[in-house]
Structures are given as structure tokens and as C-alpha cells.
Write a protein that binds this ligand. Structure first.
Ligand SMILES: C[C@H](O)[C@H](O)[C@H]1CNC2=NC(N)=NC(=O)C2=N1
Length: 99
């Protein structure tokens, strides 16, 4: 299976079970995190930007003071693919390293 093939419901459920904090939201997955302060939140965003660019797979990011909400979907596939699960794990890594 290619990384950008739409996942089945069961595959998404199994993937999310390994990604605490992430949940399904329509045709996407989402997680909200709270950094220590605004600069720390922006450092997380910068680290995520580097990872996303390397993967050529990009999240939607909402920034509100120190609260970040990430929404991941594979637009070209119209839903959740393995790329989204991979990017979610990279976002968790970036957040854990900054906080
Ligand atoms: C041409 C390039 O591969 C595409 O535009 C990429 C870039 N980043 C992307 N990111 C996401 N989340 N979904 C996509 O379909 C996507 N497509």
C-alpha cells in the first residue's frame, strides 16, 4: 500500500490508538496541545514546519497564544492516509522535545 492511499476506518482507529491525544474530525485527524508560552509554541511550529517540508506533507495549524491545533488530512486523497499518521507522530516528537 502506498503511503497516500486512503485508510479504512479500522486502519484509522488502529493508527489513532497508537497516537494518544489525536482524534478523528470528519475526514481528518486533529490534536490540540498547550506549550509553556508563546515562544515555545512557535518553536514547536518551526520544528513541525521542517518535518512537514521534509515529508512534503503539510498540516493545517491554528495558533492561539500558546495553544496549537493541528489538523491533518491528505488533500490529494480526500481523507486520512498513512502520511497523516506519520506526520502526527512527528508532531508529537516536536512537541515533546520543546516542552
Ligand atoms: C505537489 C505536492 O506533492 C502536493 O501539493 C502535496 C503538498 N503537501 C500536501 N499536504 C497535505 N496535507 N496533503 C496533500 O495532498 C499535499 N500535497
Amino acid at each position: 500500500m502506498s503511503s497516500s492511499t486512503l485508510l479504512t476506518e479500522d486502519e484509522i482507529t488502529a493508527g489513532l490508538a497508537k497516537l494518544p491525544g489525536w482524534r478523528r474530525q470528519g475526514e481528518a485527524i486533529t490534536r490540540t496541545v498547550e506549550a509553556a508560552d508563546f515562544p515555545a509554541a512557535i518553536r514547536v511550529v518551526v520544528a513541525v514546519a521542517e518535518a512537514a517540508e521534509a515529508m512534503n506533507h503539510h498540516p493545517d495549524i491554528d495558533i492561539r497564544w500558546r495553544t496549537l491545533t493541528f489538523v491533518l488530512a491528505t488533500h490529494s486523497a480526500g481523507g486520512v492516509t498513512d502520511l497523516d499518521l506519520q506526520l502526527a507522530a512527528r508532531i508529537d516528537q516536536a512537541f515533546n522535545q520543546q516542552s
